[in-house]
Design a protein around this ligand. Structure first.
Ligand code: PRP
Length: 286
């Protein structure tokens, strides 16, 4: 029987859409029946197991799932023997401590002796210990932000993304315990066949992520301005320069990180670049 990689993804929640999007962008077609807890890829040796997020680290440690897509915060909280393979750049959030707006707060010491509600007791314990604080950790499994309003706790420790849940509940973010994004975790010591499938998957994922973070840009410029423009373009050793039909003008093509683009756009215009086009890249193999 052909070896297949068992991939655990979140059954529902903030990571699910990103996980399925990523596999699709990798060209992996999941034959997904409605409400199925297991699905198979038709064109790649991989099965998907839809599991509760908080259970995935244990399944991966046990080898029931070979790899999982979870938040780094979950990996940190669960403290299982699993390897973190690759950050995936989506579902960015932070695990933070927040307090009611009207609570006097002068720093971490204001948490001393307080009751803190959280679904992340291990991460919170770690934070308190490193800050030499004693607090009463009140573990609850959801709707943590409501705890101060109903008198269950003085403060909370929970995930923050946009901050709107904190805002709606009259809370203010005070301390960031950790920053997190989705990542791939793997069972340590996969057999060579499974490792080979994982390597292939990681290769594809890197190509997708690289493409997403880079843009292909094209611009026209008079030939005498080309050296100056090339100096402005970050990180490119050798952009493509092609002559235009109009004499003494050329088209310059290169790939840049999207984050750099906005930094240099004005410089490029000042250097004489015209008709600048920014084009998404489908896949990028380096
Ligand atoms: C998370 C977290 C917060 C909320 C923060 O809950 O527990 O409640 O998102 O997001 P925001 O800063 O954008 O408002 P989620 O919806 O993932 O479900 P959960 O309660 O199962 O954790």
């Amino acid at each position: 029987m052909q070896t297949r990689l068992q991939v655990a993804v979140q059954k529902s929640g903030r990571l699910l859409d990103g996980s399925l999007w990523l596999l699709k962008e990798c060209g992996i077609k999941i034959d997904n029946g409605k409400d199925q807890l297991k699905a198979s890829a038709g064109n790649f040796p991989l099965d998907i197991l839809y599991l509760r997020n908080s259970d995935i680290p244990q399944y991966v440690e046990d080898g029931v799932a070979d790899i999982g897509i979870i938040g780094e915060n979950t990996a940190f909280e669960k403290q299982k023997r699993i390897d973190t393979i690759l950050p995936l750049g989506f579902s960015r959030c932070r695990l933070s401590i927040a307090v009611p707006k009207n609570m006097p707060y002068t720093g971490p010491k204001s948490l001393q002796g307080k009751r803190i509600a959280t679904s992340y007791p291990n991460s919170l314990r770690y934070y308190l210990k490193t800050h030499q604080l004693e607090a009463d950790i009140h573990e609850i499994s959801g709707s943590v932000e409501i705890a101060p309003n109903i008198g269950l706790a003085d403060a909370i420790c929970d995930l923050v993304s946009s901050g709107s849940t904190l805002f709606k509940n009259g809370l203010e973010e005070k301390e960031v315990i950790l920053k997190s994004e989705a990542c791939i975790v793997a069972h340590p010591g996969l057999n060579p066949e499974k490792q080979a499938i994982l390597d292939k998957l990681v290769f594809r994922i890197k190509a997708v992520l690289k493409a997403r973070n880079n843009k292909y840009i094209l611009m026209n410029a008079p030939n005498e301005r080309i050296p100056e423009i090339i100096r402005i373009l970050p990180g490119m050793k050798s952009p493509t320069v092609m002559p235009l039909a109009e004499e003494n003008w050329s088209s310059i093509h290169t790939v840049i990180e999207e984050s750099h683009f906005w930094d240099i756009i004005d410089q490029l215009k000042d250097a004489g670049a015209q008709g600048i086009l920014v084009v998404p890249i489908e896949k990028m193999i380096i």
